[in-house]
Ligand binder design. Structure first.
Ligand code: NAD
Length: 480
């Protein structure tokens, strides 16, 4: 049994109530570990440690903060194999994916924000007529809360805590109870890098207990949350009367719009990836695919052929393209949507079935599934499925596809495939989303603002946006 413990004040602790939650391996459906079912008391303990570390950490020089953060990044790099194996086992994602994307990105997060903080400047405004000069201080907030989901566990966990710490805050963080393992491993790396005790505290447990205690805590003054839209709405409701600063990165149902003048081969390869990478469990996956009618039949044939070639397999096998879904309830939810698609007269062009792997019969495997939908108004086209399921349908006119793309309640990202510059500029400005990719997908530059509109969230993270979120601006006006 792999036992996960809370990381508080630089040490590992059992939960105060000594209650534990089972941790499942999605590849075989077996319990392989236990994690703390932490409650208010544990969060209180973590907060106390963070609060007492704050005075010193917030006054630590930028160079010193940066030096420690880069050491953490190096510690992650040095543990690449161990962390990638832990991530793959906990989440079900292919090992090669964890090794090439998730863990390197966690290290980049620390390296990037460790460097960014030394370049973070504040504004000043002189008014010579009035003999005044204004300057804006950007001060750390104090103790902040970071709560992350299960799909990109260490990647998104560090995406929040790295800027929070860089900006001089102390953190109470909670990873998803479904994928706690790499956040647990991070504790040791953090100690080895010499981050002072209490600057980062990691409490494990459910959203209802540990998560709720973080958002309700009156002295955790800012919450950075990534997860589902319903949870985000709940967090907004609880924290609003306390006037907490809030950054919410929520769900998506992203359009992938394909015009006949695109680079077809490049589009096809990338569209397979943007549909099924990480078992389709990335908030940025393009799950609603709209294809110009002139190439619709060709695309349908080629796309289905390519999707059928994707190997569903055990996460540790190097040729596995689609691993296990994260949990049994999630697999069941995704499969329900395939039933809904059939009821709504959708045509399953490929996939649609659970996969039973020899020796791993109880793992949570599902065939990558392509559904041809008769209308964009159906539920599978409107609701976030968050699994290896995409819909396809044709369009004839630019305005028509723009209307369908924007009809969604979500507004996270969109992908556009065209070589027509005028059209690209017009559509990118009119798509109601926070991120648009043209002729590519999920190319990330950590300096850029990241986030969505509508029910995909509020606020932006990434680059200086994240450092702005994790600081309070204070304007000082001096008359000379
Ligand atoms: P979730 O909302 O169920 O859980 C996310 C985190 O919130 C977990 O750590 C959970 O324990 C915690 N939580 C749950 N209830 C809570 C409460 N009452 N108080 C405080 N914390 C609570 O989401 P999930 O199922 O883990 O993740 C999938 C969702 O995340 C999808 O909707 C996906 O689109 C979204 N997501 C968004 C982004 C983005 O950047 N916009 C990135 C990744 C995932």
């Amino acid at each position: 049994m792999d036992i996960v413990k809370n990381y508080i004040n630089g040490d590992f602790h059992n939960p105060s109530n000594n209650e534990w939650i089972n941790n499942y391996n999605p590849s075989d459906g077996k319990v392989y570990g236990k994690i703390p079912n932490s409650n208010k008391k544990d969060v209180q303990k973590a907060h106390k440690a963070a609060k007492s570390a704050f005075q010193k950490w917030s006054k630590t020089s930028l160079e010193e903060r940066s030096r420690i953060m880069i050491k953490i990044a190096e510690g992650i790099d040095a543990n690449l194999d161990r962390l990638a194996k832990a991530e793959s086992k906990d989440n079900g994602k292919p090992l090669w994916l964890a090794k090439s994307v998730d863990i390197p990105r966690a290290s980049s997060n620390f390296r990037f924000f460790g460097n960014a903080i030394t370049q973070f400047a504040s504004e000043s405004h002189e008014n010579v007529g009035d003999n005044t000069i204004n300057y804006t201080l950007r001060q750390p907030i104090g103790v902040v809360g970071c709560i992350s989901p299960w799909n990109l566990p260490l990647y998104l966990f560090t995406w929040k805590i790295a800027p929070a710490i860089a900006a001089g805050n102390c953190v109470v963080a909670k990873p998803s109870e479904i994928t706690p393992m790499t956040a647990y491993c991070l504790g040791e790396i953090i100690n080895d890098a010499g981050l002072p005790k209490g600057v980062l505290n990691i409490v494990h447990g459910t959203g209802e207990s540990a998560g709720q205690a973080i958002i309700e805590h009156p002295d955790i003054k800012a919450i950075s949350f990534t997860g589902g839209t319903a949870t985000g709405a709940h967090i907004a409701k609880i924290t609003a009367p306390m006037f907490k600063k809030l950054s919410l990165e929520l769900g998506g149902k992203n359009p992938n719009i394909i015009f006949d003048d695109c680079d077809y081969d490049d589009m096809l390869t990338t569209t397979v990836r943007s549909s099924f990478a990480n078992q389709g469990q990335i908030c940025l996956c393009g799950s609603r695919i709209f294809i110009e009618d002139t190439i619709y039949e060709q695309f349908k044939t080629d796309f289905v052929e390519r999707v059928k070639e994707l190997k569903v397999g055990h996460p540790s096998e190097s040729d596995t393209k689609v691993g296990a879904l994260v949990s049994k309830p999630h697999l069941e939810k995704v499969m329900q949507y395939i039933d809904i698609a059939k009821e709504e007269n959708g045509t399953i062009l490929c996939g649609g079935n659970q996969v039973v792997l020899k020796n791993y019969e109880n793992g949570y495997y599902l065939e990558p599934t392509v559904i041809e939908v008769p209308t964009d108004e159906c539920r599978v086209n409107k609701e976030e499925i968050f699994g290896p399921v995409v819909t396809i349908m044709p369009f004839t006119k630019e305005n028509e596809v723009l209307t369908m793309a924007n009809k969604s309640d979500y507004g996270l990202s969109a992908t556009l495939w065209t070589n027509n510059l005028k059209r690209a500029i017009k559509m990118t400005s009119q798509l109601q989303v926070g991120i648009v990719w043209v002729n590519t997908w999920m190319m990330r530059d950590l300096r850029t603002p990241f986030g969505g509109i509508k029910t995909s969230g509020i606020g932006r993270e990434g680059g200086f946006e994240a450092l702005r979120f994790f600081t309070e601006p204070k304007n000082v006006c001096i008359k000379y």
